[in-house]
Design a protein around this ligand. Structure first.
Ligand SMILES: Nc1ncnc2c1ncn2[C@@H]1O[C@H](COP(=O)(O)OP(=O)(O)OP(=O)(O)O)[C@@H](O)[C@H]1O
Ligand SMILES: [Mg+2]
Length: 246
């Protein structure tokens, strides 16, 4: 379970990047955050992962409030897929995937077994890709390595910042199926940021539509289609439905 209450981030310049948002995602559910560029999606994920400190508000994962734990232990329960993959350029694909496992001194053989499993999962042959550097991969391949890295330590919570943006429709579909599998079989809780309402409708048990740092509407696909809260929400949904009918 992830619970956020009154979460706010004010930057020095007085920008309220995130302004008093609250939501709860039950264990084993997928929430999709969608909204226009600059509406505060990445800032929200970074606060949940404690990469940046909230100006106000509280965050719980299960029964623990974030300030009850040090940031390192807090982050160990969270896999974070950074927007644009964020791989370290001087490390190989395998070293990127195994980074956290190495820091916490997981034995080499275990690491190797797990990173091979993950490379297979993201459909990159370990014998070909494990020793490459990020610059030698396509954007979509880098994105998939970013997903594998987040899964390395098998965390119960996954935060993903536009993880499927650079993928072609077929690969994106495969990765969607993988997320749904991890979610239904292993009960992992996801927060996925997307620009794509179709993706949000497909994956999200709960959809959070943000604008200017605030949540405009939250609910299921049916709520959004049948009861859009205002013209802004309706425009998002209509645009999507029109695309579906093309
Ligand atoms: N370090 C910072 N200092 C000041 N303002 C910032 C900082 N980081 C982000 N912002 C501002 O906060 C707002 C929210 O940014 P954020 O990165 O959360 O947007 P986003 O919804 O993820 O957008 P995108 O869809 O383009 O990735 C933006 O107006 C951005 O310019
Ligand atoms: Mg962002």
């Amino acid at each position: 379970m992830i619970k956020v209450e009154g979460l706010t981030k004010v930057y020095d310049s007085d920008i309220r990047a995130v302004n008093d948002i609250s939501f709860t995602i039950p264990k084993g559910k997928i929430a999709c955050i969608i909204g226009t560029s600059g509406c505060g999606k990445t800032t929200t994920l970074k606060m949940i992962n404690r990469l940046i400190e909230p100006s106000e508000g509280k965050i719980w994962i299960d029964d623990k409030e974030c300030h009850e734990m040090d940031a390192v232990h807090w982050r160990r329960r969270i896999g974070y897929v950074i927007q644009k993959a964020g791989l370290l350029p001087h490390l190989t694909v395998r070293e990127n995937i195994e980074l956290l496992a190495k820091i916490i001194k997981r034995p080499k053989r275990e690491r190797l077994k797990r990173s091979n499993e993950l490379l297979e999962m993201i459909d990159l042959d370990p014998s070909e890709f494990a020793t490459r550097y990020p610059i030698e991969l396509s954007g979509g391949q880098q994105q998939r390595v970013g997903i594998a890295r987040a899964l390395m330590e098998d965390p119960p919570v996954l935060l993903m910042d536009e993880p499927f943006g650079a993928l072609d429709p077929i690969t994106r579909n495969t990765m969607h199926e993988e997320v749904l599998h991890l979610n239904s079989k292993l009960g992992k809780t996801f927060v996925i940021v997307t620009h794509d309402m179709e993706e949000a409708f497909k994956l999200g048990d709960e959809i959070l539509l943000m604008d200017k740092g605030e949540i405009v509407q939250k609910g299921s696909k049916e709520d959004f289609i049948n009861h859009p809260k205002n013209d802004f929400v309706e425009a998002f949904v209509t645009q999507q439905l029109n695309r579906d009918n093309l």
